[in-house]
Design a protein around this ligand. Sequence first.
Ligand code: HPA
Ligand code: ZN
Length: 319
Amino acid sequence: MHIHIEGSLEPELMFEIAGRNGIALKYASVEEARRAYDFADLQSFLDVYYEATRVLLHERDFYDLTWAYLNKASAQGVRHAEIFFDPQAHTDRGVAFETVVTGIRRALIDGERRLGISSHLILCFLRHLSAEEAMETLRQALPYRDWIVGVGLDSTEVGHPPTEFEAVFEEAGRHGFRKVAHAGEEGPPEYIWQALDDLKAVRIDHGVRCMEDPRLVERLREEQVPLTVCPLSNVKLRVFRSIDQHPLKRMLEAGLCATVNSDDPAYFGGYVADNLQAIKDGLGFTREDFRKVAENSFRASFIDEAEKERLLNELASYF
Ligand code: HPA
Ligand code: ZN
């Protein structure tokens, strides 16, 4: 539920697409690109991430990106993915919204047919851009309403509080989009309150800084608001020093509906199973902990209720 499709662009595919599109990269090789993936914070990552998205121009590029992700996810046992995309990272460069969404959509259909992965697409607004630009992006999305399950909010968090996007989230709600928002990754617990109260977000992406605010933990527990936690991301972006410092285990112990996600797997050291392995090694996750996060994930998803029950039953019988 927390995977940015642009963040699944592996350097090999980035070079291949750059080559066929005649785009010069600032790295001499795949190895040099990988070596540059050493980040001080969220912004230093975003600079590299937006730079890499420049190679994506044509529908085929968005198809190939998404198809590569689905193959990786499938190989790691993923059955259902709710995938973010950042249209403004492309429309700001002159790529049409239609090109982006059509390429991704075609791959998602093939993923369902050929790999058996179901999926939903979530449009994220870039919070370092204005609320007006977010509203314009929502307008561009309306012809594709049936392809997009919800809206989210990502990019530079600190200095860009959720409340600034209240009107666009309200408008998205009128069109039936589900609402999620990144909050409490680098930003303070106050941003999580705003995402809940002002944006009416039904899931919080990251949310790890909730642990600094006992009243907020109580609210999140009481309402079982899902949190899409990304352990390897948090270490790569230095939210926590190492996996063994990560609060995920404490979040589960506090009764929170925490899930495990990969965020930007090409940049942060792996896909969802790599994150699961990391919390097994670093936080001592047990079989019961894994059962709980898997159950939380299906409960938190936007899968329709009948299918959700079927998957939860399958999960229960597996364990
Ligand atoms: N946080 C905020 N914005 C993002 C991220 C992230 O981890 N990845 C891509 N855009
Ligand atoms: Zn994210």
